[in-house]
Design a protein around this ligand. Structure first.
Ligand code: CTP
Length: 407
């Protein structure tokens, strides 16, 4: 496959697999791509910049603060070369990406030329982790890799085999030909990343608070993480996202329109006045089923009685209402069930006239309110029923969206 004129930035960090990157440069050059190489200082222990600059035909970039040619010092490019290098590239590949470099990228640390360039790059970034299996499976590294995915980086799964330590396991950098093919496919647009481009999606998230008096409410333990992950993933996939959020401390994902509400009535009104033109509506909020029949003004005083009875009434079932008044949008609901999950969920799918339902059981390890992970089963109106392993809420969100697109 010809990559004529494509600008490839190859970042090499300090791991034994760096020797494979030499071959990778050759593969790109053979296909007529332009290649610039950035090395971290520790990568210099593994391969020589002389080899890489000879093969790439460009000077290898290493120092964040290079000694510059006095004749060029006045140019902006020369002073902020990491920014211009990031802007130059069509694709940035970091191979090998060590645990240390991955940790830096996950935290936005930019203390070397490679990390600083990643921060300022506007092109897609592909990361190929390579390290010993124990470093890879360490929770910190696992979380850092998952954060990178969440930030929108592409991660090539490490291969399994013999490792530099002499041990056998996962952590090998894939062969240069495999990384080359991955990059070539990426550049040819084979990994369509924005399947929701041009689509509008309404997502609800978080709990609702139903006021008892001015200082107390009926609520639930929802933190909104699932709905916020859906909003972020949908935005990354190109959708125009409106997020209606109950009370939560979560940050609004970038480029997402957020509408804050407190009560189920407010959520109903916000949803109802925002469904026009939507292609999809996902109700992931944990809306209260009951609310106090009337709100007491001020603060309810403690009485001499031992018991307090609060009269409640049903809230509007927003999802059911949407199912009964469906426009042209596809409707996705959630079901939180502690027993007979599948039967109850199928029942909700039918009764609420949904196109898809996502079921989870808060009693299952790794699922439920406040956790970083979820364990979901997806059931669709067209008969699909699929259970997924425990994964992060962000990963669950991507799966939910991919199944929703297939509807
Ligand atoms: N839902 C809603 N409005 C409500 C209650 C729930 O829109 N007043 C939505 C939730 O956002 C979720 C779905 O309905 O998408 C299912 O919520 P869940 O609490 O599991 O089910 P309920 O229908 O409330 O039934 P039950 O609590 O008896 O299981």
């Amino acid at each position: 496959m010809s990559l004529k004129g494509k600008k490839i930035l190859l970042g090499i960090s300090g791991g034994i697999a760096a020797y494979k990157s030499v071959e990778l440069v050759r593969l790109f050059k053979k296909q007529e791509a332009e290649v610039r190489v950035i090395m971290t200082p520790s990568a210099l222990n593994f391969v020589s910049p002389v080899t890489l600059s000879a093969l790439s035909g460009n000077e290898v970039l290493i120092n964040l603060f290079p000694e510059v040619d006095p004749a060029k010092t006045e140019t902006v490019e020369n002073k902020t070369w990491h920014v211009y290098t990031g802007l130059w590239a069509d694709l940035f590949i970091i191979a090998p990406a060590t645990a240390n470099t991955i940790a830096k990228l996950a935290c936005g640390i930019s203390d070397n030329f490679l990390a600083a360039t990643v921060l300022s790059a506007r092109c897609p970034v592909i990361v190929s982790p390579a390290m010993d299996e124990d470093m890879l499976s360490n929770e910190v590294t696992a979380q850092n890799i998952s954060r990178l995915k969440e930030f929108g980086y592409w991660v090539i799964p490490p291969a399994t085999g013999e490792l530099a330590s002499g041990l056998h396991g996962a952590g090998r950098m894939p062969e240069p030909t495999e990384i080359f093919e991955y990059a070539a496919k990426f550049l040819s647009g084979e990994f369509e990343r924005r399947p929701l481009k041009g689509k509008k999606i309404l997502i609800t998230a978080g709990p609702t608070y139903e006021p008892i008096d001015d200082v107390r409410f009926l609520g639930n333990y929802s933190t909104g993480k699932m709905g916020f992950s859906l909003a972020k993933a949908a935005m990354q996939q190109g959708a125009e996202v409106t997020l209606i959020a109950g009370p939560t401390l979560l940050e609004t994902p970038l480029n997402v329109k957020r509408i804050d509400v407190k009560t189920s009535d407010e959520m109903f009104n916000a949803v109802n006045s925002n469904t026009i033109g939507m292609d999809y509506v996902i109700m992931s909020a944990a809306v209260a089923d009951y609310k106090p029949s009337k709100k007491i003004e001020g603060k309810l005083k403690k009485s001499s009685e031992d018991n307090l009875t609060i009269e409640t009434e049903k809230t509007i079932d927003i999802l059911k209402y949407l199912g009964e008044n469906k426009g042209s949008f596809k409707l996705v609901g959630f079901a939180l069930e502690t027993e007979n999950e599948i039967d109850y969920a199928k029942d909700k799918l039918n009764k609420k006239n949904l196109d898809m339902i996502v079921v989870n059981n808060p009693k299952v390890e790794g699922a439920g309110f406040g956790t970083e992970t979820n364990v979901i089963t997806i059931i669709t109106r067209n008969g699909l029923q699929e259970k997924f392993e425990k994964m992060t809420k962000y990963e669950s969100a991507n799966i939910i969206l991919s199944k929703m697109i297939e509807l």
